[in-house]
Structure formats: C-alpha cells, structure tokens
Design a binder for this molecule. Structure first.
Ligand code: ADP
Length: 398
C-alpha cells in the first residue's frame, strides 16, 4: 500500500508518501506560507535533491493539489496517478480524553476533534483543515487520524491530575495529556525489539529531545507519566519553550512589563527555553554546543540548565516506575547531539548507566551507549513518526 502521511500546521503542510510493504519513503516535502505571500513547495523524490517551487497557495486545498501534482510529475514524481494513493494518515495533535488510539476519520470523528479545539487552538483547527483539503481532493481515499496524545491515555489519575480544584477537571478537562505519543510509543517499542525483549516486561524512559522535548515513563508497554501537560509547554526546558514554571510568574511578569497574561504565555512558548536562557543567542543545540565550547557562558548555562532538567525528570520517572531498565534518547538533539547526551549522562550515572564516551560520539543511529552488563541500558533509537503513522493507517484501513 502507498500511504500519504500529512502533518498540517496553520500555514504549512508536511508530507511523505510511504510504501508500507517495503516501509520506504518514496517522496517527501513541505508546503510553506500557505495563504501568505511567498508560498512555496519543496519536494524531494527519494535519492534525489530537493526541488523548491514558489507558487501561490491560497489555502490548504491548493497545497494538497500541488502535492499530488508533484507526486505524479513525470520528472520528480513517484506515482502515475492519484489512484496509487491507497490511504492518507494525518498527524493529529490533541485528541483530549476522547481518543486512546488512532481511528478512521469519519464525520463523527471530525466533530469530536472539533470539540477538543479549545485544548489546542493552534494545532487542532489546522489538522482539521488538512483533513478537509484531502477530502476535497481525494474524496474516495480512506483517511486515518493518529493522535499525539493517544499513547498517554493509559496514565493513571495520580499522574494526570494537577493539584487544582477538581471542578476544573470536571468542567473543563484541565489535566495532563502529554504529546509526542507516536514517538514515545515507536521508540519504546523499537528499543525492546533491539534488546530482544518484550516491551511488557520492561520499564523504559524515553527522552524525545527535539525543538519540542518531552520525557515519558513507559512501564510494561504503557505510558504511566509524561512531562508535557495540558499543552506542550510543560516539562523540559526546550528550544524556545520554558517548560515547568511557578505559575505565579505569569502574572508577576505581566504586571512588571505591562503586558497581558497571554503575552507572557507567548513569551514562554516562543522566546524562552535555551533561546531565552542564552540571551536570545540560539534555540539550536548545535549552535549552543559550539558556542559553549568557544567560551560563551550564557550558552553553557543554557545547556547545563537543559541537561539538569532532563536528569531530574529521569530521576523522577525512575521513582514513578520503581525502577528503570532502559533509557532511550531520540529526536534531533537526542539522536545527534553527543554534547547534550554527555551532559545528561552526568546526572544518571548513579542508576548504573555506564555510558561509553566513544559510543556516545555516534550520531543518528541505533546504538547501545552503555557498556555491556550495565544495570540500566542507555541507547539511541531514532524516531520515525511518519512511519509510525503509516503503520497505524495500514492497520486500520486493511
Ligand atoms: P522538531 O522536530 O521538534 O522541530 P528536531 O527533532 O528536528 O526538532 O530537533 C531539532 C534539534 O536537533 C536542533 O536543536 C538541532 O540542533 C538538533 N540537531 C539536529 N541535527 C543535529 C546534528 N547533526 N548534530 C547536533 N544536533 C543536531
């Protein structure tokens, strides 16, 4: 089967066409600045270079039409016609408490996702626009929604409730949901596979360290706690997001700066994290590691604070599971940034991780970092959210 995986943002649309039988990516790309001046599609056929075409896209339906045009193009295309797309898998951000798994998209499902819009005002409406656009262009092709929150629906109440009046949970469903679920599920599964063990017998901590970052405790195959909350702002210090804060800070800064609480939250989302800590230097871990090595103190502090927070969460989740067998690093920085992993390694050695500094130099590959016989296996497992979405789509459509 050929599955078109779509990840739709408010002005962007990422896509991959995956052949699920061979589990290969046939082509991928990105439509940017949809509905804004200067929109463009960047398309890449597997094994070839990227081709960028600037072309006006008034809306997401235009974007989907251009994606199909590229995929069926005589030169850069990989299929002859639309008929060769057997299903579409959509990355969905927030499924609230309604979705504990992926599902085939129906009118009913769309209504339920709409009812979760409040919880993810930036992401969910964009996901729904993507669904509507695909439906318009390919009305006969079945579609599946794969939710970022679904894997975490197994969390117990003690982990997902905040210490707030219970009525806010009752009335508004204010609770921890968690995100990156597709990645945490994929990586913990793959880690067990690599180790030749059943995930049901393991206590695994997955550190998804990208621009957005989160950590999940996966006990016996289920998410039992995760660091992101009602929104993806909670938890780790991230590229531009603050992570955990004393909530009183929001009104404190608002009053001091004469701005609204919402503006402070925007700052927490877009100008904080390692970007903010480094005095606005960079949100990119490569830049920060290089600057820190060249004596930039603020970059060094930003990385130290980042790694310290990750270390604390690993300690917390070891307690949450009453032990840990495997710690996995994944996503951009987790897979590639040896400096960041080494900094985190300083805090978790007491668990018996024994990270080998030579093995830690490896980038972007599956590798066990711990010495043989270490009490806790530490490893790098590259994530592949698109492949996970394609697998889920095939499972539900077949
Ligand atoms: P997201 O998908 O959340 O936007 P990514 O998973 O792509 O983010 O992670 C981005 C981060 O990964 C960046 O901070 C970047 O510096 C880091 N990263 C990516 N590739 C490398 C690399 N080769 N070496 C070091 N760091 C890298």
């Amino acid at each position: 089967m050929n599955v078109l995986v779509i990840n739709c943002g408010s002005s962007s649309l990422k896509y991959q066409l995956i052949n699920s039988d061979s589990e290969t990516v046939l082509a991928k790309g990105l439509c940017e600045r949809i509905g804004i001046d200067g929109s463009a599609i960047t398309h890449q056929k597997a094994g070839e270079g990227k081709v960028k075409t600037e072309i006006p896209m008034a809306n997401h339906t235009d974007a989907v039409n251009f994606v199909i045009e590229k995929l069926t193009d005589a030169e850069v295309g990989v299929i002859k016609s639309l008929d060769e797309i057997d299903a579409v898998g959509h990355r969905m951000v927030h499924g609230g408490e309604e979705f504990a798994g992926s599902c085939v998209i129906t009118e009913e499902v769309i209504k339920v996702v709409e009812s979760c819009n409040d919880l993810a005002p930036l992401h969910n409406p964009a996901n729904l626009i993507g669904i509507a656009a695909c439906k318009e262009v390919m009305p006969e092709v079945p579609m599946v929604g794969v939710f970022d929150t679904a894997f975490h629906q197994t969390m117990p109440k003690k982990a997902y409730l905040y210490g707030l009046p219970y009525e806010y949970y009752d009335k508004y469903k204010v609770r921890r949901y968690g995100f990156h679920g597709t990645s945490h599920d994929f990586v913990s599964n793959r880690a067990a596979e690599i180790l030749g063990k059943d995930r049901k017998d393991l206590k695994i901590i997955v550190c998804h360290l990208g621009n957005g970052a989160s950590i999940t405790a996966v006990k016996n195959g289920e998410s039992v706690d995760t660091s992101m909350g009602l929104t993806p702002l909670e938890g780790l210090i991230m590229g531009t997001r603050s992570g955990d804060l004393d909530p009183a800070i929001v009104t404190f800064i608002a009053e001091k700066e004469g701005i609204t609480a919402q503006e402070v939250i925007d700052i927490c989302n877009k100008k904080s994290g390692v970007l903010g800590l480094s005095g606005g230097f960079s949100s990119d871990f490569r830049d920060l590691a290089e600057a820190a090595a060249n004596g930039n103190d603020m970059a060094k502090t930003a990385l130290d604070a980042y790694a310290y927070r990750v270390g604390k969460y690993i300690g917390a989740y070891t307690a949450a599971m009453n032990g840990v067998d495997v710690i996995c690093f994944t996503a951009g920085a987790g897979e590639n940034n040896a400096e960041v992993r080494a900094l985190i390694g300083q805090y978790i050695g007491f668990l018996g991780t024994n990270i080998d500094s030579e093995k830690n130099k490896v980038r972007g590959e599956e590798i066990i970092l711990s010495d043989e016989g270490s009490k806790v296996v530490t490893m790098v497992v590259p994530t592949d959210e698109e492949m996970a979405i394609a697998r889920e789509t095939v499972r539900l459509v077949k």
